[in-house]
Design a protein around this ligand. Structure first.
Ligand SMILES: Cc1cc2nc3c(=O)[nH]c(=O)nc-3n(C[C@H](O)[C@H](O)[C@H](O)COP(=O)(O)O)c2cc1C
Length: 481
């Protein structure tokens, strides 16, 4: 059904919409020249097409959109081996809670930690294909897959078939299971180069790109998309149909538009519509999953092949264990400190347990606490209904929670209170303790002293200047998709 907002925007009545047949050339048509389309039982399809017309770069009218898409899809041909390998990958991904591509978050030690905590399918940070192929050190590092990662998806940003094929070859050499094309990244660094979410503006050109890569690539290909460029330009259903015919094994749908960034909850109804369309490849749903019960519920209700977790994994990587065991862990501050120390020991192993290693690790370590500090236990018994009504991850983390019997911050232990501190100075100091401490007990003792000596000052600093609590992690400023 068209929402009231969309009907209003289109200037039409309850069961009808106005679309323009010739938008591309000539003056803007008068209202009488508009074609009056009666919305039939295929409301979501009509809505998608209206949106596509609004995108208006490739299309003239609804009939020619359909015709053009059909022609293009009919021209695609894929060998039997492509179909078989797509199906094999889909079988491997079915039912999994997948670790999302996360620039800065998904470094090798973090992924290894997630695997230890029960994650079976991991994805890389996004690599720009052009510098990757020129041998850029940073982009090449994203290729490195850990031994324990048995199903690793390597994500690239490209707009050319040749780069895609070459990147797939490299990814295969480095043990990746599949490659993913990023069509969701909203950041300027990507969009100014015509990469990421701007590829959604031209669905047919994108489909040709995907077909060119999928048919000859040495690995199966998935594509990560958003709902569209903006709320007025939602074209996800059309895009996914085209990409499915073009040879994408699966499409990851992040249920927000490029323009929305994280301001609105993910639209799982839109994800479900695509996932339930018979013309679409299996869909991996993504957005606002913070607990194992949400992961299971979203998967079941949307009919998605699998679900992808981003910020939820950065806040509580033990979500994978919870999902696998189908029960909440709700770790105490002491248990969390012990788990965090495991990440630190993996970082030492990877970057080196010396000054150089520490300097390398410091790009990541305090940053992780800008996500860890948002952790709150969300038991299913308390939060099931609430998470349905209010799915936004960012606004579900007050410093204390009356639903959990917490009346004020004074009800928290000193270490719990410190771990919830949003101040980046606190994150740096916590990271120092975790790097230095020789045991969990020593870490706990030092963190307690830290809280008693400085915790209150850091809390006051955040109150006086909320910016202090807004490190890049908090704003999700580094997100690329
Ligand atoms: C710090 C950060 C880095 C991200 N980096 C990428 C990336 O490299 N590629 C990508 O496709 N998406 C990236 N994303 C988007 C996530 O993969 C995911 O689509 C998004 O966060 C929505 O899922 P969530 O609600 O579970 O967080 C990033 C997100 C965050 C928070």
């Amino acid at each position: 059904m068209l929402s009231g907002y969309r009907r209003q925007a289109l200037g039409c009545g309850r069961n009808e919409a106005w679309v323009t047949p010739h938008r591309r050339s000539g003056p803007t048509p008068s209202r009488s020249q508009f074609r009056h389309i009666h919305i039939t039982s295929h409301l979501s399809v009509s809505e998608t097409l209206v949106s596509d017309l609004e995108v208006g770069t490739e299309n003239n009218d609804m009939a020619s959109v359909l015709e053009g898409d059909q022609e293009l899809m009919a021209s695609f041909s894929l060998s039997e081996s492509v179909h078989i390998r797509n199906k094999t990958l889909i079988d491997e991904l079915r039912g999994e809670l997948i670790l999302a591509p996360l620039t800065r978050g998904n470094h090798a030690p973090f992924r290894k930690w997630c695997v230890e905590l029960g994650c079976k399918v991991t994805m890389s940070e996004m690599a720009f294909a052009k510098p990757l192929l020129k041998g850029d050190r940073v982009e090449r590092a994203r290729l490195l897959k850990g031994e324990s990662e048995h199903c690793y998806g390597f994500q690239i940003a490209t707009k050319t078939i040749s780069e895609g094929l070459e990147a797939a070859r490299l990814a295969r050499e480095n043990g990746a299971r599949w490659i993913d094309l990023n069509c969701g990244c909203p950041i300027y660094e990507a969009t100014r180069r015509g990469l990421g979410a701007v590829l959604l503006r031209k669905p047919r050109s994108l489909a040709k790109l995907v077909h060119g890569i999928a048919k000859d690539s040495e690995l199966p290909l998935t594509v990560k998309v958003r709902l569209g460029e903006s709320e007025k330009k939602i074209n996800v259903e059309r895009v996914v149909k085209l990409l499915s015919a073009a040879g994408a094994a699966s499409v990851i749908v992040h249920g927000r538009t490029m323009e929305q960034r994280y301001r609105k909850p993910a639209d799982w109804q839109a994800i479900s519509r695509v996932s339930n369309s018979s013309e679409c490849a299996p869909v991996i749903g993504n957005g606002d999953i913070l607990t194992q019960f949400e992961a299971s519920r979203r998967m079941k209700e949307s009919g998605c092949l699998a679900v992808l977790v981003g910020r939820g994994a950065l806040i509580k990587p033990w979500i994978f264990k919870e999902y696998r065991e189908d029960k909440e862990l709700n770790p105490s501050s002491e248990e969390r400190v012990s788990m965090y120390r495991r990440l630190y020991s993996l970082m030492k192993e990877h970057f080196g347990d010396d000054d150089i290693g520490r300097r390398k690790a410091w790009y990541f370590a305090p940053w992780h606490h800008s996500f860890f500090h948002r952790y709150r236990a969300f038991p299913e018994s308390v939060y099931q209904e609430r998470s349905l009504q209010h799915p936004l991850i960012m606004t579900r983390t007050d410093s204390f929670d009356p639903l959990m019997g917490e009346g004020s911050v004074h009800d928290l232990t000193p270490v719990e209170r410190l771990l919830r501190n949003a101040n980046e100075n606190a994150h740096d100091a916590i990271a120092n303790v975790l790097w230095e401490a020789a045991s969990d007990a020593e870490a706990m003792q030092k963190l307690e002293v830290l809280q008693l000596e400085k915790g209150y000052v850091w809390e006051q600093e955040v109150k006086a200047s909320p910016e202090r609590g807004r490190s890049s992690g908090r704003d999700d400023g580094d997100e690329r998709g």
